[in-house]
Design a binder for this molecule. Structure first.
Ligand code: SF4
Length: 284
């Protein structure tokens, strides 16, 4: 069995930094909690819980030092942490912080902001809170008409289009262009804020998918960027599976496969990837 492993598979810079910094915090602080899962990966969460980091869903439950994960947090959350007089360790990825800054600046200048992203995703929820009230999260093409209507009703003539960092690059280009064409009477500024780590990983997934009989995508089922990799792999390869870890990989799925590609999302630790490789190799 020939295996092609993606060079970009696994933790991205933002996730790696957040996990490493969170581990350092436990040595320095007595009580430490993280608002939401630091990454969408059960093993990473278990590991951090075992060294004393508590994961909380609401800021009201926070005590001691509060970690803000790589996805970032809403403006309200920062305010509440301040009011509760808690310490904060902000591990928001610098690339996400940059989008918050862009959004705030354009919003102050009176722009209507369209964030192309996944509505429920914590990063999009955090980013939209920095976009002011004239803003909209646009997730799919079929919402374009509705977004255009809202923009027209607002009578705002300057529009900024930004992206969630892990959004599908090609889909963003398509949606942004359609929006621009429909808003010819407006000043439309497009800032493609998709993280280059995401873009490179998506491109590599396409390249590998074209060369193999089957793609194995590794990552938590809640991981947005992993979900995109899975969609891409299915587009370019006749067989694609998405597993969270080696236990989920059924070797019978590899029957008749000669060449397999492996790619993993930004929240997948290298241990999970290594275990999958060992299991695939055991097939012979
Ligand atoms: S995918 Fe990019 S933006 Fe998101 S955490 Fe990783 S490096 Fe940061």
């Amino acid at each position: 069995m020939e295996i092609i492993l993606g060079k970009t598979a696994g933790f991205c810079f933002g996730v790696k930094t957040a996990v490493e910094e969170a581990k350092k915090q436990i040595k320095e602080n007595e009580e430490i909690c993280c608002l939401g899962e630091i990454v969408h990966n059960k093993n990473v969460i278990k590991d951090l819980e075992s060294i004393g980091i508590k994961f909380i869903k609401n800021v009201e439950e926070a005590k001691g030092t509060v970690i803000i994960r790589a996805h970032g947090a809403t403006k309200d959350t920062y305010k509440k942490i301040e009011q509760m007089d808690l310490k904060i360790k902000d591990l928001t990825c610098p690339k996400v912080l940059k989008i918050h800054k862009i959004a705030e600046e354009y919003s102050k200048d009176g722009f209507f902001i369209i964030l192309i992203g996944i509505k429920e995703h914590p990063e999009a929820v955090a980013t939209i809170s920095f976009c002011g009230e004239n803003s909209y999260i646009l997730q799919e093409k079929d919402e374009i008409e509705q977004a255009v209507e809202i923009i027209k009703k607002s009578k705002i003539s300057n529009i900024l289009i930004v992206a969630q960092t892990t959004y599908n690059s090609k889909k963003f280009d398509d949606i942004a262009q359609i929006l621009k064409n429909k808003l010819v009477d407006k000043n439309v500024v497009i800032q493609k804020t998709i993280c280059n780590a995401t873009e490179i990983r998506q491109k590599e997934t396409i390249e590998i998918s074209k060369q193999v009989d089957m793609m194995i995508i590794i990552g938590d089922k809640k991981s947005s960027n992993t979900s995109k990799l899975y969609d891409i792999s299915k587009e370019y390869c006749k067989k694609g599976i998405w597993v969270e870890n080696a236990d989920e990989l059924d070797l019978e799925q590899l029957d008749g496969i000669n060449k397999v590609g492996i790619m993993a999302g930004a929240s997948t630790p290298k241990e999970d990837i290594e275990k999958i490789i060992i299991k695939v190799k055991s097939k012979g």
